[in-house]
Design a protein around this ligand. Structure first.
Ligand code: GLU
Length: 444
């Protein structure tokens, strides 16, 4: 029996109404997978591998009650989506943001399955988080929230079951509070979370990994075309961990980074950010606009996006659907030839179609931003063997993993005219291992 994309999307839409982000992620992957399975593995259709892969193995939703600094009771909703454990324990971050809902976490968990498989490390896929808004909360409020969150989550996770990490709104501080609570409840010092501090089980290079990995991936794309970073202008969105370390690595590799952004607007410095300027950006926290007080070359625009400025390389590192078809048209018109996603699903489907049509080299997040979870996998390995590797060793492993992901994308994404469809390559390359493991493990 062969599958048909339109019918399949109808089936998923009927089953998951009101989940636009999840449907978007499923469509983006299955548009490539369905023709591939029909041609190479038709028996997988009888086993309903795709119908199974879009159904989370387990979804946990729970109440998180905590007391704010004014002694007012607060109620949030916590989640963990355990999407697929065919090739390893569930692995993926926790997002704390008022925008969090089940559709967003299911899309992130779904993407994570393919991304984690691409790293070559045996990791399943999951994601979780809460609609808790960390903005404006005191340190004590963050701690009380994290402790309450883990007081329920602890029974669903474990170093061989499910290993959460950070994502938007969750960094080393939050991981620390959750880790402390898990350890207190279980009386067990275990690698149950990644993104820990380097003094208590964390890996060196984990904070840098997503941004560095993104640039290693772009380096592979360029080398494949006999090009490099010199003379190339780079527009980056975001000002968090991913954007910051992407900018740092880009500057070190010889590129000129001209934008960063946050939810208030876009910072443009046509002279480019030096390492010193980036250091200053880091000290500003959420007050990105204040940069212009110190560096007169910079301008802060509340009504512009990084994609409005001419660049050779665009690196969306903020959040989902931040780059739409109109942005794609502006980028292409201004000469942009490379787009690599540091965030998860930052480009809309229409934007991606436009990039493909315009022969822009487009690298999807599941390949290009896999460096973060890859180093999380290395953190798990270090925890298992009770060792801590040097920064150089971890960075070298990260670079090797990104090069392998690039090779996988070339293998499965090379088109007849020689152009590489990185989205197709990543979708198929990430799927094969998971699909065959599901087949091998029978009807579970
Ligand atoms: N949240 C990150 C991602 O989107 C990292 C997940 C992890 O380290 O487990 O891949």
């Amino acid at each position: 029996m062969s599958l048909n994309f339109k019918n399949f999307i109808k089936y998923v839409t009927d089953k998951n109404p009101n989940e636009p982000e999840f449907l978007q992620a499923v469509a983006e992957v299955t548009e490539d997978l369905i023709p591939y399975i029909n041609e190479k593995h038709p028996t997988w259709n009888d086993l309903k591998i795709l119908e199974r892969i879009v159904e989370p193995e387990r979804v946990i939703s729970f109440r998180v009650t905590w007391l704010d600094d004014k002694n007012v009771v607060q109620v949030n909703r916590g989640y963990r989506v355990q999407m697929n454990s065919a090739i390893g324990p569930y692995k993926g971050g926790l997002r704390f943001s008022p925008t969090v809902n089940l559709s967003i976490l299911k899309f992130l968990a779904f993407e994570q399955v393919f991304k984690n498989s691409l790293t070559g490390i045996p990791l399943g896929g999951g994601k979780g988080g809460s609609d808790f808004d960390p903005k404006g909360k005191s340190d004590n409020e963050i701690m009380r929230f994290c402790q309450s969150f883990m007081t329920e989550l602890f029974r669903h996770v474990g170093p061989e079951t499910d290993v959460p990490a950070g994502d938007i709104g969750v960094g080393e501080r939050e991981v620390g509070y959750m880790f402390g609570q898990y350890k207190r409840i279980q009386n067990h010092f275990a690698g149950v979370l990644t993104g820990k501090g380097p003094n208590w089980g964390g890996s060196y290079i984990r904070p840098e990994a997503t941004g560095y990995g993104l640039l290693y991936f772009v380096q592979c794309i360029l080398e494949n075309l006999d090009e490099d970073f010199s003379g190339k202008t780079i527009a980056i969105s975001g000002a968090g961990n991913v954007a910051y370390y992407a900018a740092e690595k880009a500057v070190n590799l010889g590129g000129k980074v001209i934008t960063l952004s946050n939810s208030s607007g876009c910072l443009h410095d046509p002279e480019g950010f030096s390492l010193e300027k980036l250091h200053h950006v880091a000290s500003l926290g959420r007050e990105l606009a204040k940069y212009t007080e110190t560096y007169k070359s910079g301008q802060f625009f509340t009504d512009k996006k990084p994609w409005d400025f001419a660049c050779d390389i665009a690196l969306p590192c903020a959040t989902q659907n931040e780059l739409d078809e109109q942005d794609a048209k502006t980028l292409v018109k201004n000469g942009c030839r490379f787009v690599a996603e540091g965030a998860n699903m930052p480009s809309t489907m229409e934007a991606i179609k436009y990039f493909h049509k315009s022969k822009v080299h487009f690298a999807p997040g599941k390949a290009a931003n896999a460096g973060g979870v890859a180093v999380s996998g290395l953190e798990m390995s270090q925890n298992w063997i009770g060792q801590q590797w040097t920064s150089e060793k971890v960075d070298g492993r990260l670079k090797g993993i990104m090069e392998n992901i690039h090779k996988t994308c070339v293998k499965y994404g090379k088109e007849e005219d020689g152009h590489i469809n990185y989205l197709k390559g990543a979708n198929i390359g990430g799927f094969i291992k998971v699909g065959s493991a599901m087949k091998a493990q029978g009807l579970v």
